[in-house]
Design a binder for this molecule. Structure first.
Ligand code: EPZ
Length: 422
């Protein structure tokens, strides 16, 4: 028996929705608790599957935690294992985030190679290269990364900007001996929050928010974390704005950080939408006519790859030809054949997708392939005529907290049903 999502045509949304804490801030920060000498408290932690998976991994290593009402108290002082097993890591590649802190604290660890996922090979070579430069001895045996050694600060230049690579080295450098310079560092808000948390835990850090970050390590001295509230999820926020946009409705998001959304809002404005901002609330104003858009995904503060699929869904309703280029991942167009099953007119040429709109979409059975592609199918299902059934819906639970309740609150009609095995 497995679950699928049935979406009924919901051409108009209204009202407001509360945005949860950012999954991609919570995951690295939960991993950073390995650096702490005592219990760490995080609030506004999203109750999503990926967070629960990482907590399962840390529990497997010997950590203890309480997680309720979005508050997580985690104590890693009794960790007595340093092997992150394949059975858990294979379900979530962000598990690689335990590599840096485990090695820095214990001087040795074994972490299963995360393996690829739907959107690409997702190698971790840059993480490993950086740790080797810091003095780690790293071998790969039977699908596991074996890392040993005492880490020393050094200069790290990332060949490509890597979010979790930057986060892994930030954590490793915090306990290393001496100064580490990370050049070509990722500048995502989730990376900046990790820098703020480490600084508040007593680490001397310069260049926070820039692409060159300098960290002075404690040479093995564990840290004392202050309680931290996880920043709002900019991708969840962008996804609900996209739901408002594709139905051309007026909706309000509560608990957002609009500064983190600038690279996304500029594209909504290009499509004819506008916004009213009021402290940490943001209201989407419908477009007179939805205009086509040109998008190239780039690292922060540019347009995020995690919003590419959602904008492709909106573009099916734009009056004209939209062009979207995916520059970060080699295979992040799996939502295209599914959107075309609903009647969209999208063609792909290498890294570039061309979307001809507007097209009436007709409900059908479609398959979710990865987290953000799944959300694009939900958006399309809102405006498709009739009913749309999205299979393999577990992808959505990984990163969107209470999405059915939140969408229903906005007036969308949908339900989770059990699939009879064929
Ligand atoms: C983070 O993944 C996010 N995940 C992803 O969000 C997001 O899509 C991605 O950053 C890009 O913004 C988390 O933060 C948990 P990268 P990450 O390392 O760190 C290549 C979601 O939907 N690369 O910045 O794994 C890589 O193949 C997820 O929430 C190497 O070649 O991404 C990619 O082409 C999906 N070698 C590019 O760099 C490496 O060692 C960017 O990857 C590392 C990365």
């Amino acid at each position: 028996m497995y679950k699928y999502l049935k979406i009924y045509n919901s051409p108009q949304l209204k009202g407001d929705v509360k945005i949860s804490g950012a999954k991609n801030a919570a995951l690295p920060l939960i991993a950073s608790s390995i650096l702490s000498k005592k219990e760490v408290t995080f609030t506004n932690v999203p109750e999503v599957a990926d967070v629960k998976t990482l907590l399962k991994l840390l529990k497997n290593l010997g950590a203890e935690f309480e997680f309720e009402n979005h508050t997580l108290k985690i104590d890693t002082s009794n960790i007595n294992k340093t092997t992150a097993v394949y059975e858990i890591v294979k379900t979530m590649r962000a598990s690689i985030l335990v590599l840096g802190p485990l090695l820095a604290r214990f001087g040795h660890c074994k972490v299963s190679l995360p393996g690829g996922c739907a959107i690409g090979a997702r190698p971790v070579d840059l993480h490993l290269k950086a740790l080797k430069l810091m003095g780690a001895d790293i071998t790969i045996e039977k699908g596991y990364i074996n890392a040993t050694g005492k880490l020393k600060g050094t200069d790290i230049i990332f060949d490509k900007i890597t979010v979790t690579g930057t986060e892994n080295i930030l954590m490793a450098a915090s306990l290393a001996k001496g100064k580490t310079r990370i050049i070509n560092a990722a500048k995502e808000p989730e990376v900046t929050q990790m820098c703020d948390v480490l600084k508040n835990a007593g680490i001397e850090i310069e260049g926070i928010g820039s692409d060159e970050i300098i960290i002075y390590g404690t040479d093995g001295e564990l840290l004392e974390f202050k309680p931290t509230e996880i920043i709002p999820d900019r991708i969840e926020a962008g996804t609900y704005l996209a739901a408002g946009a594709i139905t051309n409705s007026k909706i309000t998001l509560n608990n957002v950080n609009t500064e983190h959304l600038e690279g996304i809002l500029v594209k909504f404005r290009e499509m004819g939408f506008d916004f009213e901002e009021n402290k940490d609330n943001l209201t989407l104003l419908p477009a007179k006519k939805i205009e086509p858009v040109k998008i190239i995904t780039t690292e922060y503060p540019g347009f995020p790859t995690d919003m590419q699929a959602q904008f492709m869904a909106i573009a099916t309703q734009a009056n004209g030809i939209s062009v979207i280029e995916e520059r970060l991942f080699e295979n992040r167009f799996m939502h295209v054949p599914e959107l075309n099953r609903l009647g969209a007119n999208i063609s792909i040429n290498g890294k570039v997708a061309t979307i001809i709109g507007p097209n009436e979409l007709i409900g059908a059975d479609v398959m979710a392939t990865d987290l953000r592609a799944s959300s694009a199918l939900v958006l399309a299902g809102l405006i498709a005529k009739g009913e749309t059934n999205i299979h393999r819906i577990y992808h959505l639970f990984r990163g969107y907290e209470n999405f059915v309740e939140k969408f229903k609150k906005l007036g969308a009609k949908m339900e989770i049903l059990n699939e009879e095995m064929p």
